[in-house]
Ligand binder design. Structure first.
Ligand code: PFF
Length: 448
């Protein structure tokens, strides 16, 4: 099938550029804020193990499927399903993905804004400007939330307007290595502090009795969100992928980068909680965490303030800037999904599409800024449920409509001889049977 493309569509300049961009999409608040919080509240090392299983056994095969659909069709999620089948139903699956992306982005920018605000909070705190510092810690402050979310959205729109290789690829190629460097430095610091070893034990020594259905549902949702799966972000990124690239290998790099950074973030934050406790900060009430969803936003600033002085300031600022950078490389991919849809399906110019859609989503972000309780609802509908449902339908599409043989044929570009590999024998079984069965079971058991 011909790959239609216009100058507004664009493509990746290099394989590394693609991997950095896809890893940038994967690595975000989900890794550094969501994952450690869930580890801390839902079972420590047991959660880590189930999360790893979900990532490699369910997430990785779905990622390969999304990238294959994207590269074969050369289209956005809606156009891709139209291009690869006559089905009237599946383009709606693509549209559902676009809607999930838009809605996730509307609250993601608000949380990213909190993180960005905290970088300044650390500075204001250091200089004793308490009123300003307190304003930035107030996650319920509508006008403050809206202003910072807007700053974040403008940054995202600017990068997306720049296009695929000059905008997305350039930005993520410099930001990703910085991010990893900063995390490693933070781990080095935290692990040398008193109390850290207790956190390391909690993080790495599993208590298998903690594994149950709700833990597995949560870990699966986390894996989808973290890998940016189920809403066509990787169909979109795959559509800019060169035919020379090896899809399973690229997907493996991205998966490993995502898991690696989540693992490192856990190794930084879980011990940091115990260091904080050791320093007299209350993190547990009985054996429950004192704050769960805002773990990162409550406990870590307290820890930085306890460290105090220039060291506390530097660590605090650097950490929250890092979180903001990670969030930005994810908001880029969230906005790229509807933008590519508008470019492909409605012939809109990239810059216009980025601004119109970005500002439209910002309007929803402003509503969320003033009603942060919407975050929980949006997160449940469009993330916890929306992404696994999207992932399930993508498996059904590749397994039974487009067919795994067609996908393997697409993967032969860039991976000659794939048909003789074990991967070509095992992957179709995962896409047709294992992944849909596990995802469906999890969704149903969640409702029950
Ligand atoms: N993977 C991102 C994170 O972990 O924060 C969130 C995300 C980005 C989800 C892009 C979905 C997506 F398409």
């Amino acid at each position: 099938m011909a790959v239609t493309s216009s100058s507004d569509r664009g493509s990746w300049n290099s394989k590394l550029g693609f991997i950095m961009a896809a890893a940038g999409s994967a690595v975000g608040l989900g890794n550094i804020w969501g994952f450690p919080t869930k580890v801390a509240t839902e079972g420590g090392a047991a959660y880590l193990i189930i999360y790893l299983l979900c990532t490699f056994l369910i997430g990785f095969p779905v990622m390969v499927a999304e990238l294959s659909i994207g590269r074969r069709s050369g289209k956005n999620p809606v156009g891709a399903f139209k291009a690869l089948s006559d089905s009237k139903f599946f383009p709606f699956v693509g549209l559902w993905g676009v809607i999930c992306g838009v809605m996730i982005l509307s609250f993601y920018t608000v949380i990213a804004g909190w993180a960005f605000g905290y970088a300044f909070e650390e500075i204001f705190y250091y200089f004793g400007w308490d009123t300003l510092a307190q304003l930035l810690t107030d996650t319920g402050h509508g006008p403050k939330n809206a202003v910072i979310a807007a700053v974040f959205m403008f940054g995202t729109i600017k990068i997306i307007s720049g296009g695929v290789s000059d905008g997305i690829e350039k930005a993520t190629k410099t930001m990703m290595p910085m991010l990893i460097g900063i995390i490693v430095i933070m781990i080095g610091y935290v692990l040398t502090q008193d109390g850290a070893s207790e956190g390391v034990k909690e993080y790495l020594l599993p208590d298998f009795s903690k594994i149950n259905a709700s833990l597995i549902f949560s870990a699966m949702g986390q894996a989808f969100f973290s890998l940016s799966l189920g809403m066509g972000a990787l169909i979109t990124y795959g559509s800019y992928l060169n035919k020379k690239e090896n899809i399973p290998q690229a997907a493996a790099f991205v998966t490993l980068a995502d898991v690696g950074i989540a693992f490192l973030a856990g190794l930084m934050i879980i011990p940091a909680m115990y260091v904080a406790r050791n320093a007299g900060i209350e993190i547990f009430v009985g054996d429950q965490l004192a704050s769960s969803t805002d773990l990162v936003f409550q406990i870590l600033p307290a820890l930085f303030h306890t460290i105090g002085g220039a060291m506390g300031l530097i660590l605090g600022v650097v950490f929250f800037l890092l979180l903001s950078i990670a969030a930005l490389t994810s908001t880029i991919s969230l906005l790229e999904v509807p933008v590519s849809y508008a470019i492909d399906e409605y012939g809109l110019e990239r810059k216009k599409a980025a601004w119109y859609i970005g500002l439209g989503i910002l309007a929803v972000s402003v509503a969320v800024s003033f009603n942060p309780s919407l975050i929980g609802t949006f997160d449940y509908v469009f993330n916890n449920l929306g992404l696994p449902i999207g992932g399930l339908l993508i498996c059904v599409f590749v397994g039974y409509v487009w067919k795994t043989d067609s996908a393997i044929a697409e993967m032969e570009n860039g991976f000659i001889g794939i048909k003789q590999t074990l991967f070509a024998k095992v992957w179709p079984f995962f896409i047709k049977v294992i992944c849909p069965a596990v995802i469906l079971y999890n969704i149903v058991s969640n409702f029950l």
